[in-house]
Write a protein of this length. Structure first.
Length: 175
């Protein structure tokens, strides 16, 4: 599990911070090859994944239009995926729709504007930011290594990551 900064250790920290009860129903949004889904299942959770190009433990679908009933999950996991949707506020709204009241989002991604921006996005989407960890140093190391290996693209012309932080956070659905 190396498709995001911190790999499996970072995923395990998110799961631990969420303090979910075994048996909780969890969806991994942007599941990729399904490695986090397999990890969640090994820890006793009922887990499934969603991805545009799914691996064996995920179904095909879009975070901006997930094919699941409202309030059908206790928790959601999304790592390095929401920014790629191109519409983070809409993605957060869809995640809120999927979660039961009090459900949690285990989130890690690059956030233009950093913690203040994430707190604002969370509040506007109906979430409370419970905790956040700045993993920008790990993200930079990960990104440079991916660039070196030819697995990532540099920022588009005229764009920079100057005010962007990589945050790992737990958000709880209000109401």
């Amino acid at each position: 599990m190396t498709r995001h900064p911190g790999g499996e250790a970072a995923t395990r920290r998110l799961i631990s911070a969420a303090a979910l009860a075994p048996g909780a129903r969890v969806v991994d949004l942007g599941a990729g090859d399904g490695s986090a889904v397999r990890l969640l299942r090994s820890l006793g959770f009922e887990a499934l994944g969603l991805d545009l190009e799914p691996g064996p433990d995920a179904v095909r679908g879009d975070i901006l239009a997930p094919p699941f009933a409202p309030e059908s999950f206790d928790a959601a996991l999304s790592q390095c995926a929401l920014l790629l949707t191109g519409d983070v506020p809409r993605a957060l709204g869809e995640i809120r729709r999927l979660l039961r009241p009090g459900g949690v989002l285990m989130y890690s991604d690059a956030v233009p504007g950093g913690l203040a921006a994430l707190a604002g996005l969370a509040r506007e989407a109906g979430f409370e930011l419970l905790s956040a960890e700045d993993m920008t140093d790990e993200w930079r190391e990960y990104y440079v290594a991916a660039l070196w290996r030819g697995e990532a693209e540099p920022p588009p012309e005229g764009k920079s990551f100057k005010n962007t932080r990589y945050l790992s956070a737990i958000l709880r659905r209000n109401g």
